[in-house]
Design a protein around this ligand. Sequence first.
Ligand code: SAM
Ligand code: 2KA
Ligand code: SF4
Ligand code: MG
Length: 230
Amino acid sequence: MSEGNATVASTTSAPATAERLRITEIFHSIQGEADAIGWRTVFVRLTGCPLRCVWCDTEYSFYGGGWRDIDDILAEVASHGARHVCVTGGEPLAQKRCLILLQRLCDAGYDVSLETSGALDVAAVDPRVRKVMDLKAPGSGESARNLWSNLQHLLPHDQVKFVLASRADYEWAREAVAGHAIDRRCMVLFSPVHGKVNPRELAEWIIEDKLPVRFQLQLHKLLWNDAPGH
Ligand SMILES: C[S@@+](CC[C@H](N)C(=O)[O-])C[C@H]1O[C@@H](n2cnc3c(N)ncnc32)[C@H](O)[C@@H]1O
Ligand SMILES: Nc1nc2[nH]cc(C(=O)O)c2c(=O)[nH]1
Ligand code: SF4
Ligand SMILES: [Mg+2]
Protein backbone atom coordinates (compact mmCIF):
# COMPACT_ATOMS: atom_id res chain seq x y z
CA MET A 1 0.00 0.00 0.00
CA SER A 2 2.65 2.48 1.03
CA GLU A 3 4.73 1.49 -2.02
CA GLY A 4 1.67 2.18 -4.19
CA ASN A 5 1.32 5.62 -2.65
CA ALA A 6 4.99 6.34 -3.22
CA THR A 7 4.55 5.46 -6.91
CA VAL A 8 1.56 7.77 -7.20
CA ALA A 9 3.51 10.56 -5.51
CA SER A 10 6.44 10.24 -7.91
CA THR A 11 4.19 10.03 -10.99
CA THR A 12 2.26 13.13 -10.00
CA SER A 13 5.44 15.12 -9.48
CA ALA A 14 6.96 13.87 -12.76
CA PRO A 15 5.19 15.99 -15.42
CA ALA A 16 6.98 19.22 -14.48
CA THR A 17 10.28 17.70 -15.55
CA ALA A 18 8.89 15.40 -18.26
CA GLU A 19 7.52 18.22 -20.45
CA ARG A 20 10.43 18.92 -22.74
CA LEU A 21 10.72 20.78 -26.00
CA ARG A 22 13.50 21.03 -28.54
CA ILE A 23 14.63 24.65 -28.54
CA THR A 24 16.96 26.46 -30.96
CA GLU A 25 17.23 29.72 -29.02
CA ILE A 26 15.66 32.01 -26.46
CA PHE A 27 16.49 35.69 -26.89
CA HIS A 28 15.34 39.13 -25.81
CA SER A 29 14.80 41.73 -28.54
CA ILE A 30 12.25 44.10 -30.08
CA GLN A 31 9.28 42.43 -31.77
CA GLY A 32 9.93 43.00 -35.46
CA GLU A 33 6.68 41.66 -36.93
CA ALA A 34 2.89 41.68 -36.69
CA ASP A 35 0.59 43.56 -34.33
CA ALA A 36 2.95 43.60 -31.34
CA ILE A 37 5.72 45.20 -33.44
CA GLY A 38 8.02 47.41 -31.41
CA TRP A 39 7.42 45.80 -27.99
CA ARG A 40 10.33 44.43 -26.03
CA THR A 41 9.76 40.69 -26.36
CA VAL A 42 11.30 37.38 -25.38
CA PHE A 43 11.46 34.95 -28.32
CA VAL A 44 11.32 31.19 -27.83
CA ARG A 45 12.35 29.50 -31.06
CA LEU A 46 11.37 25.84 -31.34
CA THR A 47 13.49 23.53 -33.47
CA GLY A 48 12.23 21.78 -36.62
CA CYS A 49 9.87 22.55 -39.49
CA PRO A 50 8.08 20.25 -41.94
CA LEU A 51 7.97 23.01 -44.59
CA ARG A 52 10.75 24.40 -46.76
CA CYS A 53 9.72 27.89 -47.87
CA VAL A 54 12.33 28.82 -50.48
CA TRP A 55 12.94 32.22 -48.90
CA CYS A 56 13.00 31.09 -45.25
CA ASP A 57 15.26 33.31 -43.14
CA THR A 58 15.46 30.81 -40.27
CA GLU A 59 16.87 27.65 -41.81
CA TYR A 60 19.24 27.33 -38.86
CA SER A 61 16.23 26.25 -36.78
CA PHE A 62 15.45 23.19 -38.91
CA TYR A 63 17.93 20.93 -37.10
CA GLY A 64 19.85 20.71 -33.85
CA GLY A 65 18.67 22.65 -30.84
CA GLY A 66 18.56 21.27 -27.32
CA TRP A 67 15.91 19.61 -25.15
CA ARG A 68 14.67 21.95 -22.43
CA ASP A 69 12.11 21.47 -19.65
CA ILE A 70 9.15 23.80 -19.86
CA ASP A 71 9.92 24.96 -16.28
CA ASP A 72 13.43 25.85 -17.38
CA ILE A 73 12.13 27.72 -20.46
CA LEU A 74 9.73 29.68 -18.25
CA ALA A 75 12.56 30.58 -15.87
CA GLU A 76 14.74 31.89 -18.71
CA VAL A 77 11.82 33.86 -20.16
CA ALA A 78 11.14 35.40 -16.74
CA SER A 79 14.79 36.42 -16.34
CA HIS A 80 14.39 38.99 -19.14
CA GLY A 81 11.53 40.86 -17.49
CA ALA A 82 9.40 41.41 -20.61
CA ARG A 83 5.61 41.42 -20.82
CA HIS A 84 5.55 39.99 -24.36
CA VAL A 85 6.61 36.49 -25.37
CA CYS A 86 6.70 35.24 -28.97
CA VAL A 87 6.79 31.51 -29.63
CA THR A 88 8.22 30.84 -33.07
CA GLY A 89 10.45 28.46 -34.99
CA GLY A 90 10.88 26.54 -37.19
CA GLU A 91 7.29 25.49 -36.96
CA PRO A 92 6.39 25.58 -33.27
CA LEU A 93 3.20 23.52 -33.64
CA ALA A 94 5.21 20.62 -35.10
CA GLN A 95 6.04 19.78 -31.45
CA LYS A 96 2.83 18.75 -29.69
CA ARG A 97 4.04 20.02 -26.31
CA CYS A 98 4.16 23.53 -27.73
CA LEU A 99 0.48 23.69 -26.74
CA ILE A 100 1.47 23.17 -23.09
CA LEU A 101 4.19 25.82 -23.30
CA LEU A 102 1.68 28.32 -24.71
CA GLN A 103 -0.79 27.56 -21.94
CA ARG A 104 1.86 27.86 -19.23
CA LEU A 105 3.06 31.21 -20.62
CA CYS A 106 -0.52 32.53 -20.61
CA ASP A 107 -1.07 31.23 -17.06
CA ALA A 108 2.06 33.11 -16.01
CA GLY A 109 0.43 36.32 -17.25
CA TYR A 110 2.46 37.08 -20.39
CA ASP A 111 1.05 38.59 -23.55
CA VAL A 112 1.79 35.62 -25.81
CA SER A 113 1.97 35.46 -29.60
CA LEU A 114 2.54 32.42 -31.79
CA GLU A 115 4.15 32.59 -35.25
CA THR A 116 2.84 29.65 -37.25
CA SER A 117 2.96 28.57 -40.88
CA GLY A 118 -0.75 27.92 -41.41
CA ALA A 119 0.04 24.33 -42.35
CA LEU A 120 -0.71 22.79 -38.94
CA ASP A 121 -4.03 22.70 -37.13
CA VAL A 122 -4.36 25.65 -34.74
CA ALA A 123 -7.65 24.49 -33.16
CA ALA A 124 -6.10 23.47 -29.83
CA VAL A 125 -4.04 26.64 -29.31
CA ASP A 126 -4.99 28.41 -26.07
CA PRO A 127 -7.46 31.17 -26.99
CA ARG A 128 -5.47 33.69 -24.93
CA VAL A 129 -2.59 33.36 -27.44
CA ARG A 130 -2.48 35.80 -30.36
CA LYS A 131 -1.93 33.60 -33.38
CA VAL A 132 0.04 35.13 -36.24
CA MET A 133 -0.75 32.72 -39.02
CA ASP A 134 0.93 32.78 -42.41
CA LEU A 135 -0.84 31.71 -45.53
CA LYS A 136 1.91 30.65 -47.88
CA ALA A 137 1.76 32.23 -51.35
CA PRO A 138 2.91 30.23 -54.41
CA GLY A 139 6.34 31.90 -54.46
CA SER A 140 7.18 30.15 -51.17
CA GLY A 141 6.92 26.76 -52.90
CA GLU A 142 4.70 25.59 -50.02
CA SER A 143 1.21 26.91 -50.80
CA ALA A 144 -0.15 23.37 -51.18
CA ARG A 145 0.41 23.01 -47.41
CA ASN A 146 -2.03 25.79 -46.43
CA LEU A 147 -4.67 24.37 -44.10
CA TRP A 148 -7.57 26.58 -45.06
CA SER A 149 -9.79 25.14 -42.31
CA ASN A 150 -7.54 27.04 -39.88
CA LEU A 151 -9.40 30.21 -40.85
CA GLN A 152 -12.38 28.96 -38.82
CA HIS A 153 -10.27 28.95 -35.65
CA LEU A 154 -9.11 32.56 -35.86
CA LEU A 155 -10.18 35.01 -33.15
CA PRO A 156 -10.42 38.79 -33.55
CA HIS A 157 -7.03 39.29 -31.82
CA ASP A 158 -5.29 36.94 -34.29
CA GLN A 159 -3.57 37.96 -37.54
CA VAL A 160 -3.17 36.38 -40.95
CA LYS A 161 0.08 37.18 -42.70
CA PHE A 162 1.04 36.89 -46.38
CA VAL A 163 4.74 37.09 -47.15
CA LEU A 164 5.04 38.00 -50.81
CA ALA A 165 7.88 37.26 -53.24
CA SER A 166 6.42 38.82 -56.42
CA ARG A 167 3.55 40.72 -58.02
CA ALA A 168 1.98 37.32 -58.80
CA ASP A 169 2.08 36.45 -55.08
CA TYR A 170 0.49 39.81 -54.30
CA GLU A 171 -2.39 39.16 -56.69
CA TRP A 172 -2.86 35.67 -55.25
CA ALA A 173 -2.99 37.08 -51.72
CA ARG A 174 -5.38 39.86 -52.72
CA GLU A 175 -7.78 37.23 -54.14
CA ALA A 176 -7.39 34.99 -51.08
CA VAL A 177 -8.31 37.85 -48.74
CA ALA A 178 -11.36 38.78 -50.83
CA GLY A 179 -12.44 35.18 -51.49
CA HIS A 180 -12.36 34.14 -47.83
CA ALA A 181 -13.28 37.59 -46.40
CA ILE A 182 -10.27 37.20 -44.12
CA ASP A 183 -10.23 40.88 -43.19
CA ARG A 184 -13.64 40.43 -41.59
CA ARG A 185 -12.23 37.79 -39.23
CA CYS A 186 -9.03 39.50 -38.12
CA MET A 187 -6.15 41.77 -39.10
CA VAL A 188 -4.44 40.91 -42.39
CA LEU A 189 -0.74 41.67 -42.89
CA PHE A 190 1.10 41.90 -46.22
CA SER A 191 4.88 41.79 -45.99
CA PRO A 192 7.54 41.61 -48.71
CA VAL A 193 9.97 38.71 -48.75
CA HIS A 194 13.10 40.47 -47.56
CA GLY A 195 15.10 41.57 -50.62
CA LYS A 196 12.64 40.08 -53.15
CA VAL A 197 9.87 42.67 -53.49
CA ASN A 198 10.56 46.38 -53.32
CA PRO A 199 8.72 47.46 -50.15
CA ARG A 200 7.64 50.76 -51.71
CA GLU A 201 6.12 48.92 -54.67
CA LEU A 202 4.14 46.65 -52.37
CA ALA A 203 2.94 49.69 -50.41
CA GLU A 204 1.83 51.36 -53.65
CA TRP A 205 -0.04 48.26 -54.85
CA ILE A 206 -1.95 48.19 -51.55
CA ILE A 207 -2.86 51.88 -51.86
CA GLU A 208 -3.79 51.55 -55.54
CA ASP A 209 -6.11 48.59 -54.85
CA LYS A 210 -7.48 50.12 -51.62
CA LEU A 211 -6.89 46.85 -49.79
CA PRO A 212 -8.10 46.27 -46.20
CA VAL A 213 -4.66 45.03 -45.16
CA ARG A 214 -1.78 46.31 -43.05
CA PHE A 215 1.61 46.78 -44.71
CA GLN A 216 4.52 45.39 -42.76
CA LEU A 217 8.32 45.39 -42.85
CA GLN A 218 10.48 43.26 -40.56
CA LEU A 219 11.73 45.87 -38.12
CA HIS A 220 14.59 43.69 -36.79
CA LYS A 221 16.10 43.49 -40.28
CA LEU A 222 16.09 47.29 -40.55
CA LEU A 223 17.56 47.61 -37.04
CA TRP A 224 20.06 44.73 -36.96
CA ASN A 225 20.28 43.34 -40.49
CA ASP A 226 19.18 39.89 -39.27
CA ALA A 227 22.09 39.46 -36.87
CA PRO A 228 21.86 36.40 -34.57
CA GLY A 229 19.99 36.95 -31.32
CA HIS A 230 17.68 39.59 -32.82
C1 SAM B 1 10.64 32.00 -39.59
S1 SAM B 1 8.89 31.90 -39.53
C2 SAM B 1 8.64 30.82 -38.13
C3 SAM B 1 7.17 30.54 -37.84
C4 SAM B 1 6.43 29.68 -38.87
N1 SAM B 1 7.21 28.60 -39.36
C5 SAM B 1 5.93 30.54 -40.02
O1 SAM B 1 6.34 30.33 -41.15
O2 SAM B 1 5.12 31.43 -39.74
C6 SAM B 1 8.38 33.50 -38.88
C7 SAM B 1 7.91 34.50 -39.88
O3 SAM B 1 9.02 34.92 -40.66
C8 SAM B 1 8.58 35.08 -41.99
N2 SAM B 1 9.72 35.03 -42.88
C9 SAM B 1 10.59 34.01 -43.04
N3 SAM B 1 11.52 34.30 -43.97
C10 SAM B 1 11.22 35.54 -44.42
C11 SAM B 1 11.82 36.41 -45.39
N4 SAM B 1 12.90 36.04 -46.10
N5 SAM B 1 11.27 37.64 -45.57
C12 SAM B 1 10.16 38.00 -44.87
N6 SAM B 1 9.56 37.23 -43.94
C13 SAM B 1 10.09 36.03 -43.72
C14 SAM B 1 7.63 33.92 -42.16
O4 SAM B 1 6.81 34.07 -43.29
C15 SAM B 1 6.87 33.97 -40.86
O5 SAM B 1 5.81 34.89 -40.96
N1 2KA C 1 13.08 40.75 -33.64
C1 2KA C 1 12.46 39.71 -34.15
N2 2KA C 1 11.12 39.73 -34.27
C2 2KA C 1 10.51 38.61 -34.76
N3 2KA C 1 9.18 38.39 -34.89
C3 2KA C 1 9.00 37.16 -35.39
C4 2KA C 1 10.24 36.56 -35.57
C5 2KA C 1 10.39 35.15 -36.03
O1 2KA C 1 11.47 34.73 -36.42
O2 2KA C 1 9.36 34.46 -36.00
C6 2KA C 1 11.21 37.48 -35.18
C7 2KA C 1 12.63 37.49 -35.12
O3 2KA C 1 13.35 36.56 -35.51
N4 2KA C 1 13.19 38.62 -34.58
S1 SF4 D 1 7.19 27.43 -42.40
FE1 SF4 D 1 8.28 29.10 -41.36
S2 SF4 D 1 10.16 28.16 -40.52
FE2 SF4 D 1 9.26 26.69 -41.94
S3 SF4 D 1 10.36 27.03 -43.85
FE3 SF4 D 1 8.51 28.32 -43.92
S4 SF4 D 1 9.09 30.33 -43.07
FE4 SF4 D 1 10.71 28.84 -42.52
MG1 MG E 1 12.69 35.71 -37.86
